[in-house]
Structure formats: C-alpha cells, structure tokens
Design a protein around this ligand. Structure first.
Ligand code: PLP
Length: 313
C-alpha cells in the first residue's frame, strides 16, 4: 500500500457495521484511525468505546474482557502509539479477541522494524504498518496483513479491475488473495525500496535491532531523568524506543529546532494526534526522540548534553 494509513483504512472500511455495533479501541489510538471510527459511527450508528488504561498506562486487559459483549464487532488498537514509548499488550488483546471470535485490527505502524512481529503469537486478523519508520524504508510505502480466513469476509471499500477483474459485462470477481486491496498502478520504485529495507532489517535481525533500540532508549531516559525540568512522558511497563518528554520553560518545537541547529534530529508530537490520551494526561506538545540501532551511545549523550545546555527557566 502507499502508506500505513491506507493499509489500515482498507481493512477498516471493508468491515460492515450497523447501528449499535461497538468498536473497542485504546486511549492512545492514532488520530487517523479515530476520525475513521467517528465517520463510520456517524454513517452507521455504530458506537466507539475506549478501553481504559491500567495504572502503568497500558490498555487494561481486564477492563477489555469486561467490556466484551455480542455487540462488539471490532477490536482496533494501536500497538505503539505515535506520542511515546508505550507498547500495548497486543498478544493479550489477541487472546481475548480470539476467545470471543471478534475481528482484531492492529495498527503496528511503529512496531514493525523495531520489535518482533508474529501475527500468530499476537492473534490479530489484520495488521497495518508503514515503511518509513523503524523499517527505514521509503516514504509513501506501507503494507496490510490479513489472515486468510478473514480475507474472504472482506470486500474492499474501493476496487479496480486489478483487485476484481471484470469477468462479464455485469460482474466482477474479487481476487482471492490479499492483492484485492491493491490497484493496477503502483509506485514500483518505492516498493523495491521497501523490499530492500525489509531484507536489510532481516539481515541484521529483529532481535538484535530490538535489543539495541531498547538499550539506546534506556540510556536516553536515564540521562533525561537526571536533568532538572525534564518530565519523561512514556507509559507502560517496558517502553520501547520512542522517548517522549517535556522540558519546563521550553516549547517542544523550540527544542526540536535547537536540536536541529546542533545537527540532532528529533521530533515533536501534537496532542491532537492522540487526543484521548493527551487530554487524559493534559499533555502539551511533547518532544519525541526515537533512537535506532545505527545511533551511537555518543549521539545519545550529545542530545542529553544539548538539553543540559539550554537555559533553565
Ligand atoms: C500509530 C500510527 N499509525 C499510523 C500512522 C500512519 O503512518 P503513515 O504515515 O505511513 O500513513 C502513524 C504515523 O505517524 C502512526 O504513528
């Protein structure tokens, strides 16, 4: 697909919803997904129910179990949200989805390339991801996984004659593989780049990638924790390699700009990209630093020294 968003949309908009059907999602759900829930709710009368988080900030598995009833038609959650290091318990959610026969759509955009992804162990029916983040692929690439027994139930919301050949004047026939979500024309150069990025990641190995990403993120968190005025915002029992923080007296965008001027690339996350979580925690814009395996310990330390050198306010 051309990005993770389209991959996710193809899965989500293929599902039929009716009035009073329930969609269960998590507090840290990504804005693109949530506005699609809102649109479908508006069109169909389906309702969105947000599963609360536990004390650690992860989706509360017991609360999810209690919320299940016959009206739940989809569990759709983000594994690793856009605004911090939280890693939601994707496999525990999958066990509940499977036990109750509820379709499970996992946004794995920020997990793929960062940590091991095993759709059997997770138990998801649909999984979307991007090429441009931890996979280090080209922008404008993504992919969708759909479990085979789920595939036959999903009619894509839009089709062309590649997805569904025009077999007689009045009929088309959907392809019986996952390419029913694709179109005739594609950005082949970007796809080749995505393939190369995946080969590259597999050659290095996902386990060593995960280990090094976590080590560097841990080093960054330890350094930040020792600085006055810094608040680390990452949730969960074992946060991954996205480190989010605020600094007293400094706007996130100003920190990003000052780091860029010093040759350090970090980003910021806006409350509206994860509105429910941001409102619950009264988060402002947060700084987001995402070390990858190619970063050195010295580079992590440079960021810490840079922040230490900003005027205290
Ligand atoms: C959790 C999550 N899902 C989906 C996306 C969308 O990915 P893409 O830009 O490839 O559409 C993002 C991008 O920030 C994201 O953080």
């Amino acid at each position: 697909m051309e990005n993770a968003t389209v991959a996710w949309q193809m899965a989500f908009y293929s599902l039929p919803f009716r009035k009073d059907d329930r969609i269960l999602t998590a507090e840290a759900e990504y804005a693109a997904n949530y506005v699609a829930f809102l649109q479908v709710a508006k069109r169909t009368g389906a309702v969105i129910d947000v599963v609360p988080s536990d004390a650690s900030g992860e989706l509360d598995i017991e609360a999810l179990e209690r919320m299940i009833d016959a009206r739940v038609k989809l569990i759709a959650i983000t594994w690793v949200p856009t605004n911090g290091g939280l890693v939601n318990p994707a496999a525990a959610i999958g066990r509940i989805a499977r036990a109750h026969g509820i379709p499970y759509l996992l946004d794995a955009c920020q997990a793929v390339g960062q940590m091991a992804v095993d759709v059997e162990a997770i138990g998801c029916d649909m999984l979307s991801a991007t090429g441009r983040k931890f996979l280090r692929g080209p922008r404008g690439t993504g992919f969708l996984y759909v479990r085979r027994n789920m595939l036959q139930q999903l009619e894509p919301p839009m089709i062309d004659h590649f997805a569904a050949p025009w077999v007689s004047r009045d009929s088309y026939q959907l392809r019986d593989d996952a390419r029913r979500f694709e179109t005739w024309e594609n950005n082949y150069a970007a796809r080749l780049g995505l393939g190369a990025a995946i080969d590259y990641a597999l050659e290095i190995g996902i386990a060593p990638i995960e280990q090094r990403c976590r080590m560097l993120a841990g080093r960054l968190r330890d350094g930040l924790a020792a600085l006055p005025g810094i608040t680390i915002c990452d949730l969960g029992r074992a946060p991954g390699a996205i480190v989010s923080f605020t600094m007293k007296g400094h706007e996130a965008d100003a920190i990003v700009a000052s780091a860029a001027a010093a040759g350090i690339t970090i980003g910021a996350s806006d409350p509206s990209s994860t509105r429910i979580d941001a409102e619950r925690r009264a988060l402002p814009h947060v700084v987001r630093a995402s070390p990858h395996y190619y970063n050195t310990e010295a580079e992590i330390d440079r960021l810490i020294v840079h922040l230490e050198g900003l005027p205290s306010r």
